[in-house]
Design a protein around this ligand. Structure first.
Ligand code: FAD
Length: 625
């Protein structure tokens, strides 16, 4: 039997090992500390807009993250709920302790999957051949395998920075991985230093919660996974607080003592998770910044401050924290810190995430220059699938940009590379309307079938739901709405005249109808709300309305995308000025000025230039002709 070793028990490693074993491969997950499997190094939460989309997609392909967060989440919210189906994204606060336990339990209960504690020191190849032979551990033992997925996160040559202090570490309290990092560099792979940071953790009892704004979760909470039956954990609120002028004063007085501004960091940090130092320096007019106060677990008294990532010395962190209203007596349990680490240029990867020129080796997660649990998990799943397929002698599985955010991410990484930690945003996708997260199971069912990544029961569940959805569409097409039909009262209330009558589909397309109106109409169809696993009538109503009302936009999106292929022929005038162009982010403007692209095609391939930005440029250039 062919064997896979997955190095790392983080979010990428969990998915790679779980899917490879489910696909029938003899799999070993090797990690430095088995008790840290599934550790959330930073924010104890999963999802959000873009990130939540990817969790749904990996769930649709048989991944673990959606099920794990449903089993352990203590605060669920759908973000962007009012902004439409395409851009709304699920987010949940995890009970971090339970998440780790659930992840380990899931892996331990997976047939053909073994766990092993140890540190990988080197990959071994058969002498005189290109075939991988195994992984050598620091203790001298060897794990034989024919394929390896490296998911080493922030650990390669990791260095923690707090104020002026530096410490070799992969994460707080855990060692760095140096031997493997050196071997990968020695193999000629291009690497660079990236950095990220995290916030201080506080003692719950030291905070006066009565002075904070309460942020309740959704009631009822909605699961991430298409296969979950509900949310088992008790739900708790989060809170919000804002920085004060005193917080800003402490930060400004001590800027030179922060690792970031004191010149101790060479790595490039994540643009979308700036430290509090960065926020005050880069946005001096903002006044105050919002901080989310989030429980880390129901099992501990630890509180996380989302939005207060810092690399200030601990005593400065305490002054910063105590400047927040309600935090005057706050006690820090763990100070925040920054971490610098080696990542490898993803331009060295093939589209299936294997390392070009190194047979049998896949990279996934933070090692490829991304940041975030969801980005890591998505790559882990794809690398695990492709490593398994390679060993089974099957073709690689590559998702298109029009199929999944996961496809967008991998395409971005391997074609454009990234010069800063890459995070998923919906703006990166040009097919946003087709990539709604609630449609991920329908969209990816053909892929899941071909890969064989769902169990027969899971596949049957999705198929039954889609068949019912089809029947509903047919019922809506056949039902006739007139003033005197059972739907008449709804039409009267919405002040819609129905002279000749029309089908229920055409009726529901009318924007005047509210969700409650639609529910009333659909409630008259036979079997509409009959219970069925995975069938959520409110969501089905939203999906139906989305499909009916956005059909025209989706066709236009498809036509516009055809046009994108011609971008290489659209010249950007040499005197074109982007500084005052509304609708472009500062990042996009900076990059356009730096790279000075001559055509839209060139512009579209600059890292950080979003498809939405290119579309806007296209419009402006067209108009100026
Ligand atoms: P990790 O979760 O880091 O897991 C790596 C695993 O590999 C670990 O289990 C480790 O033990 C194992 N390992 C490493 N080397 C070896 C070896 N040689 N042998 C055996 N095992 C090995 N993300 C955000 O989105 N926003 C943030 O603000 C943010 N801040 C962060 C702050 C800090 C301080 C850190 C450390 C991370 C932060 N992250 C943040 C990143 C987030 O934690 C990662 O993106 C995510 O965990 C990456 O998943 P991964 O699986 O690639 O690696």
């Amino acid at each position: 039997m062919k064997r896979i070793v997955v190095i790392g028990g983080g979010h990428a490693g969990i998915e790679a090992a779980y899917i490879a074993a489910r696909m029938g491969l003899d799999t070993t997950l090797l990690t430095m500390n088995l008790d840290q499997i599934g550790q959330m190094s930073c924010n104890p939460s999963i999802g959000g807009v873009g990130k939540g989309h990817m969790v749904r997609e990996l769930d649709a392909l048989g991944g673990a993250m959606g099920r794990l967060i449903d089993a352990t989440g203590i605060h669920f919210r759908i973000l962007n709920e009012s902004r439409g189906l395409a851009v709304r994204g699920p987010r949940a606060q995890a009970d971090k302790v339970k998440y780790r336990i659930a992840a380990r339990r899931l892996l331990e209960g997976t047939p053909r999957l073994k766990l092993r504690q140890g540190t990988a020191a080197a990959l071994l190849w058969e002498a005189g051949t290109r075939g991988l032979r195994g992984v050598e551990l620091l203790d001298g033992s060897i794990l034989p395998c024919e394929a390896v997925v490296v998911t080493s996160g922030t650990f390669l040559n990791g260095r923690i920075l707090i104020g002026e202090r530096r410490l070799e570490a992969g994460r707080a309290g855990e060692p760095a991985s140096t031997h493997l990092a050196e071997q990968l560099r020695a193999l000629g792979l291009r690497n660079r230093r990236l950095k990220t940071g995290t916030s201080p953790r506080l003692a719950r009892a030291s905070i006066d919660f009565t002075r904070l704004q309460v942020q309740p979760g959704d009631d009822p909470p909605r699961p991430f996974s298409f296969f979950s039956e509900g949310i088992p954990q008790p739900q708790v609120p989060c809170h919000i607080v804002h920085t004060t002028p005193a917080t800003e004063a402490v930060v400004r007085e001590n800027l030179g003592r922060s690792s970031l501004y004191g010149g101790h960091i060479e790595g490039v940090g994540p643009r979308y998770c700036p430290s509090i130092e960065d926020k005050f320096v880069k946005f001096p007019d903002k006044g105050h910044h919002q901080i989310f106060v989030e429980p880390e677990s129901l099992e501990t008294e630890e509180i996380y401050l989302a939005g207060l990532s810092t690399s200030m010395p601990p005593e400065v962190q305490l002054r910063m924290v105590r400047s927040l209203p309600g935090f005057e007596q706050a006690e820090i349990l763990r100070p925040g810190y920054a971490i610098e680490y080696d990542s490898f240029d993803p331009l060295q990867l093939d589209r299936n995430l294997s390392v070009h020129g190194l047979e049998g080796v896949w990279f996934a997660g933070q090692i490829n220059g991304t940041t975030g649990y969801e980005e890591a998990a998505g790559q882990g799943l794809l690398a695990g699938i492709n490593a398994a397929r390679w060993l089974q002698g099957r073709e690689p599985m590559v998702l298109g940009r029009d199929q999944a955010y996961l496809g967008v991410m991998v395409d971005d990484l391997v074609t454009k590379g990234t010069d800063e930690p890459y995070r998923m945003l919906t703006a990166r996708a040009e097919h946003r309307l087709s990539l709604a997260c609630d449609l991920a199971d329908a969209r990816l069912l053909p892929v899941a079938r071909e890969v064989g990544s769902l169990t027969p029961a899971e596949q049957a569940r999705v198929e039954a739901k889609l068949a019912r959805r089809e029947r509903l569409r047919a019922q809506c097409g056949a039902a006739w709405v007139t003033q005197t039909s059972p739907f008449g009262p709804v039409a009267a209330r919405a002040e819609l005249r129905l002279d000749a009558g029309l089908s229920l589909s055409d009726f529901l397309r009318r924007q005047q109808l509210t969700s409650a109106d639609a529910d009333e109409c659909l409630g008259r169809l036979e079997g509409w709300a009959a219970p069925q696993p995975g069938w959520d009538p409110a969501l089905e109503r939203d999906l139906l309305l989305f499909e009916l009302r956005y059909a025209g936009y989706r066709e236009r999106e498809a036509r516009l995308l055809e046009g994108h292929r011609a971008w290489d022929h659209v010249r950007i005038p040499a005197d074109f000025r982007v500084e005052h162009l509304p609708g472009l982010s500062t990042e996009v403007k900076e990059k356009l000025k730096l790279h000075r692209p001559e055509t839209l095609g060139q512009a579209s391939r600059i890292p950080g230039i979003t498809p939405a930005a290119v579309t806007l440029l296209h419009l402006v250039i067209d108009r100026s002709k």
